[in-house]
Design a binder for this molecule. Structure first.
Ligand code: ATP
Ligand code: MG
Length: 337
């Protein structure tokens, strides 16, 4: 295991942020970490980076216990939401700054060579003499990535690195970064608020809520077989019910007047609006009984505000996957609340 986190607990002044978290990642793996605001994602990364110390539990990187090591002694680099580049230093000077001091200290010529080599990799060598304010937001993020990777960390932690970028730039840079990390074999733990980004970036996804990992699994597992209503609410695009879950591909819309088939159940719903996507019409509908919104593909024409029935076959009701095989979090105790 490249990283192994065991029973990590963090409290501030007696207030528990998270407790008994377990996590393992293999070398080269990218893990997305998602969860609602304030659930402890940043705190978890800070504990792994050594910017904050856990209250109890252990952290191992390559079988070395780093739980009590100082931040600059850990083979871990944390990359923040904002690139935080030094405005008065050139791109090359920014990238090589971490090679001037501490355990990575190296001579000037070597710094320049390594800096240019890593800028070449992030496709910014031609801009090495510029200052940060002469770069676009996406280029600045790539500089921040180069500055982190020049330290050759065993583990890269990224805390919502793309959230300050506008949506189109964000989607292009995230696929670029994923390809880059995979090509370089970097192990990365990546925090995001964005469900789509989590699925696109992560080989696996860890869903954090209420101070525990609710589920850790592949994007497909988390999406199609949520382990709890909490995971389904955050990840699935279907309907979340107590004890059951309906995945969106099992839902159909029909006008309210139709006759009922024996094997089919329906919820009353209201069409809110439709959107055209990938050549199909998707209806956003509100399901009154569940107070939930869901998006359903349909070939029928419905009007905004129309009362409809949202149908599903009884057989397609799924129970939550409580015995999820890849789960590493402590969950069952708290989930029953
Ligand atoms: N230094 C601190 N002292 C006391 N409480 C703190 C401190 N830092 C964070 N907290 C609390 O710990 C909890 C988790 O915060 P954290 O920043 O880890 O959340 P997050 O999941 O990263 O949220 P977001 O998605 O908004 O970034 C919050 O309730 C926060 O108020
Ligand atoms: Mg945060």
């Amino acid at each position: 295991m490249l990283i192994k986190v065991e029973k990590l607990t963090k409290s501030y002044a007696g207030q528990t942020v998270f407790s008994d978290l377990n996590l393992e990642m293999t070398k080269g793996e990218i893990m997305s970490l998602v969860g609602p605001s304030g659930c402890g994602k940043t705190t978890f990364l800070r504990c792994i980076a050594g910017l904050s110390f856990s209250t109890s539990g252990s952290i191992y990187v390559n079988d070395v216990n780093i739980t009590n090591s100082k931040a600059d002694e850990r083979p871990v680099v944390l990359m923040f939401q904002q690139p935080l580049l030094f405005p008065h230093l050139t791109i090359l000077e920014n990238v090589t700054y971490g090679l001037k001091y501490g355990k990575n200290k190296s001579k000037k010529q070597e710094r320049i060579e390594r800096g240019l080599a890593i800028l070449e990799k992030v496709e910014l060598a031609a801009l090495s003499g510029r200052y940060p304010n002469q770069l676009s937001g996406g280029q600045q993020q790539r500089v921040a990535l180069a500055r982190a990777l020049i330290l050759n960390p065993d583990l890269l932690l990224l805390d919502e690195p793309f959230s300050s970028l506008d949506p189109s730039l964000r989607s292009s840079i995230r696929s670029w970064v994923r390809d880059f990390l995979k090509k370089e074999g970097v192990t990365a733990l990546f925090v995001t608020h964005d469900r789509e980004e989590a699925m696109m970036m992560g080989d696996r996804i860890a869903v954090m809520k209420e101070g525990i990992f609710q589920q850790i699994g592949s994007p497909k597992d988390v999406y199609q077989q949520p382990k709890s209503p909490q995971v389904a609410e955050m990840f699935s695009e279907g309907l979340v019910m107590e004890g059951f879950f309906l995945s969106p591909d099992h839902l159909t819309l029909r006008p309210k007047t139709s006759l009922k088939a024996a094997d089919t159940e329906a919820f009353d719903a209201t069409v809110e609006y439709k959107i055209l996507k990938y050549g199909h019409t998707f209806y956003h509908v509100y399901v009154h009984a569940l107070e939930q919104r869901v998006v359903v593909l349909s070939n029928h024409e419905f009007l905004d505000g129309e009362q409809v029935e949202l149908c599903y076959k009884r057989i397609s009701l799924q129970t939550y996957n409580k015995n999820h095989p890849v789960d590493e979090g402590k969950s069952s105790k708290k989930l029953s609340r």
